[in-house]
Design a protein around this ligand. Sequence first.
Ligand code: SF4
Ligand code: SF4
Length: 460
Amino acid sequence: MPPKYNIHTSPVPNRFQSITKSGVIAWEEGCLKCARCVKKECVYKVYEKRSLDTRQMLDTLDSECQDCFRCVQNCPNRLIQKGLNPTYKVLGDHYWTPEIISSLWFQAETGRIPVSGGGYGGPFSGPGFDAMWTDMSEIVRPTRDGIHGREYISTNVDLGRKLMFLELGPDGSIVSPAPPLVEIPLPVIFDILPWSPPREKINLSLLECAQSLGTFTVVRQSDLTPDLEKYLPHIIVHVDGKPENLPPELIKRLRMIEIPDSENVMAVQAMLKEENPQLVVIIRMPLNSNASERALQLTGQGAEVLHLYADEYGLEEVDQPLFIKERVKEIHLRLVEEGVRDQITLIASGGIAMAEHMAKLIICGADALTIDIPLLVAMECRVCRRCKEGIACPVEIDQVDPAWGSARIRNLMAGWHNQLLEIMGAMGMREVRRLRGEMGRAMFFEDLEKEIFATMGKRG
Ligand code: SF4
Ligand code: SF4
């Protein structure tokens, strides 16, 4: 058995004061000047350590407060209150909510799984991934062993085309040519960012982290600079120019490359593989109503890996879009129906904001996935999209120290990896490869709704 894959973490402090959900409001007017003020009794010494962050013109009170409410409850004249922070409420948007952003910040800072402590207080169902629940019927196992206990749970996945059978020669030797396969220890690849300030240091952070985790970062051909050369074993070059302009020496040194889907995509794949037969070629194709047909066609023509992408909200970029999990499910089931699913690897991306989304997409049929915005958020991004408009980034992400950025992303990935182990442990699964397409281990709100309510109201 291979050694257990473990991501080591250490606390990586914020560079900027984080935006907290609530703030302390302490009135001076009416103060009784008690001999022993409740502020002095704060066990976290928040009032004593209080200072002004001159760079951001922010009082440190709010970011240091641990929300114990001791001072709020004990001030005899009720002069201390906690109020919701209006800046927190407007973070992100309807999908990248303040709760998701602050949870990603917490994981990147600490490397720990976010625990609410008071149980789940959210709605029972909602749109997108919230309309899907996983079956935790084996929950007794992880509580007995712990996720890092004696039972081995593998999160390794293979990227590439697989043989359906082996051909043997007259002497019993294997004659089927084995297609190249790349194995990664967790089913996550770092994708091209949808927006960001200048990317030099950001890319270095992603690459440094991908290398330390044993996974890959997708880098645009046009962003490849000589200083990235040492990371080539962990780079997937996304061909955004003419493939024939790629230097053959570069193609020979790569393990994976990504090309956009097009009419002649299989010819481009053949040309690249002629240069480097061990290269795994990924075809990046958009999710839409034609995607399952196209996936089937490309599988038949010898494609190795399909990268199915939706937008940053997990939606197809068409009128009347479907959410990513629905379309991935459809594509997976179509390939299963045609008996070719195991030949090809499916990578999915778009709208993956939390660790549970990763597990849910795999259950819907993806082998692996790519993430983008969470990587920026790990580096304190506020999802304000100012950089998209060319406005300066409020948290200067273009200036990050790559060692700091890499450590923050590493912490986030440790949190996600641990949550994936928790989910699989609770499902009684020991292999993420086996989780793929295990839809029988999940419940879908739409199906339940149909099953339970469809016959209601029908008479006779
Ligand atoms: S709420 Fe608790 S942690 Fe926050 S300032 Fe008051 S006593 Fe300190
Ligand atoms: S904080 Fe805003 S400006 Fe900075 S990277 Fe994030 S979205 Fe862009």
